[in-house]
Design a protein around this ligand. Structure first.
Ligand SMILES: Nc1nc2c(c(=O)[nH]1)N[C@H]1C(S)=C(S)[C@@H](COP(=O)(O)OP(=O)(O)OC[C@H]3O[C@@H](n4cnc5c(N)ncnc54)[C@H](O)[C@@H]3O)O[C@H]1N2
Ligand code: MOO
Length: 395
């Protein structure tokens, strides 16, 4: 049997980062920057007021209370070249450019709010409530390095430095194909021997959480030819394909039967529980990665977390390695088979304790849904006492 680490290493060696692409800012959320972005101008580009109030010369209000004539208003966006002369004030709004001569802003709350004349109750130091040009960014500064994952704040700064388009690695498009003659679409009646298909919903959602765009390609019955037809049709729109089911030792294993002979997808037994039968390789002219995951619902999800998630990160140009773990302390004893790395479904509490859920079967989807973590038990450990420190993958 292969180890989990060997299988992941092989996947990460095979999978490549997606080619960079220039896109509109609107579509950039969740993509990874493929260029370094510098600001063409300083931000703020000019000295401006941080408050609604009065632009003054600080020396004129040093002996507050004082009353000064108000020579005009400056709104945000006012581009006129304005000057505050000695012994005068101008009303100014937040974001408006500072007029020449003024070196402080008095917030309106410190005044009587006058429009022709204003009485100022408090003195203020030079620079009061002024946001200096370049305080945030100086012209030419890099605001985002290549490799940054673009979230809401990063989108904001791209717009803030005037970008309309950016060079990114796109979100990977991942097609999910479920195989099994027993599978019925949820929302349709179950015939005898059938179950409702669930893996594709879990996997598409997991793809999205991992930063990709997942598509359900529906159900393929247990027949290698229709599986290959469906795969061919889907390759056009896929950066990666995930299949579930059809990879173990049964008489009807369409994924293994269809992909095995290609020679580019290998099927292995990986020393883990759940998720032992695994297939991985590339298909088609473009060498699209295919993850052939086991059909048991818990097995396919755990396999996703361990193998597909790191691969999607690599495709996005993000640092990729084993799925991160945190430490926790067991609230009850655990058991694990010798020679396999176990991923026990568990509840991780805020106090750092972790309790396995009672049902650990790889078909027990409801038990998985009641868990929020996987406790990792190493290959050589068969029993873990209560109170032991363990590694946990938060879900
Ligand atoms: N003789 C052996 N039998 C099995 C072995 C083995 O080593 N020798 N391995 C077992 C393990 S471990 C796993 S895991 C499963 C993997 O089987 P397959 O990947 O071939 O999956 P299927 O047989 O198609 O399905 C397994 C199970 O999961 C249900 N299933 C499948 N797809 C879905 C879906 N999309 N939504 C919901 N449920 C699904 C399916 O009905 C089966 O109950 O093989 C063991 N057998
Ligand atoms: O290895 Mo299987 O995934 O236990 O059910």
């Amino acid at each position: 049997m292969r180890s989990v680490d060997e299988h992941l290493a092989d996947i990460l060696l095979t999978v490549r980062s997606l080619a960079p692409l220039e896109i509109e800012l609107e579509g950039a959320l969740g993509t990874t920057l493929a260029e370094e972005v510098a600001s063409p101008v300083s931000l703020p580009p000019f000295d401006n007021s941080a408050m609604d109030g009065y632009a003054v010369r600080a020396e004129d209000v040093a002996a507050a209370p004082v009353t000064l004539p108000v020579t005009g208003d400056i709104a945000a966006g006012d581009g006129r070249p304005l000057v505050v002369g000695p012994g005068t004030a101008m009303r100014i709004m937040t974001g408006a450019p500072m007029p020449e001569g003024a070196d402080a802003v008095i917030p309106v709350e410190w005044t009587d709010g006058g429009t022709a004349r204003v009485t100022i109750e408090r003195a203020a130091p030079v620079g009061n409530a002024i946001r200096g040009a370049g305080e945030d960014v100086r012209a030419g500064d890099v605001v985002l390095p290549a490799g940054t994952l673009i979230g809401p704040a990063q989108l904001g700064v791209l717009a803030g430095v005037g970008r309309r388009r950016v060079l990114v690695r796109p979100r990977p498009r991942v097609v999910v194909i479920s195989t099994g003659a027993e599978l019925a679409e949820p929302g349709t009646p179950l015939a005898p021997g059938q179950i409702w298909e669930s893996n594709s919903y879990t996997l598409v959602a997991a793809v999205r959480e991992a930063g990709g765009d997942g598509y359900r390609a529906g159900i393929v019955a247990d027949d290698a030819a229709s599986f290959l037809d469906q795969l061919d049709a889907q390759l056009l729109r896929a950066d990666a394909v995930i299949t579930s089911g059809g990879v173990s030792m049964g008489a009807y294993e369409p994924v293994k039967e269809a992909l095995g002979p290609l020679g580019t997808v290998r099927f292995d037994r990986v020393a883990m529980q759940p998720g032992m039968p695994q297939g991985f390789g590339v298909v088609g002219e473009d060498h699209i990665p295919v993850f052939a995951l086991p059909g048991n619902p818990v097995s396919s999800f755990v396999s996703f977390m361990l193998f597909v998630r790191p691969a999607l990160r690599k495709m996005q140009g993000l640092p990729a390695g084993p799925t991160p773990t945190v430490r926790a302390v067991t609230a009850s004893p655990l058991r694990s088979p010798r020679g396999k790395r176990s991923y026990l479904r568990a509840v991780l509490a805020a106090d750092g304790s972790v309790t396995p859920v009672t049902r650990q079967g790889s078909h027990q989807l409801a038990a998985l849904a009641s868990a929020n973590a996987l406790v990792v038990v190493p290959e050589d450990v068969t029993e873990v006492p209560e109170g032991a420190t363990v590694e946990v993958i938060p879900l």
